[in-house]
Write a new protein. Sequence first.
Length: 102
Amino acid sequence: MADTLGSLIDKLFTIDTKMWNNQEVLYEIRRMGYNQFETRFLESSEGKSELFESLQKCCDLNVQRNQLIDEIDEKIIEIVQAATSGEDLDDGKFIQRKHKTY
């Protein structure tokens, strides 16, 4: 089944949360002076590796986030076009009913 607007927003929230958690390293850097930064990240291969991986992950998550935002925009346009053309919006195309299993 194609993604619904709700499932796309759920995915966006998940990506935003991952970005938030990953950016803690960047906020740590923001509070450092250059000498602290150099000691923490540039003097050891582990620090360099951690910095590289964190930056790479931030970039990847940001790309995913932007793609999801575009998908949400497209889905909203699709829903508006369907609604203005008189389509039934409750036919399962735009809404996926959830069932509690407990």
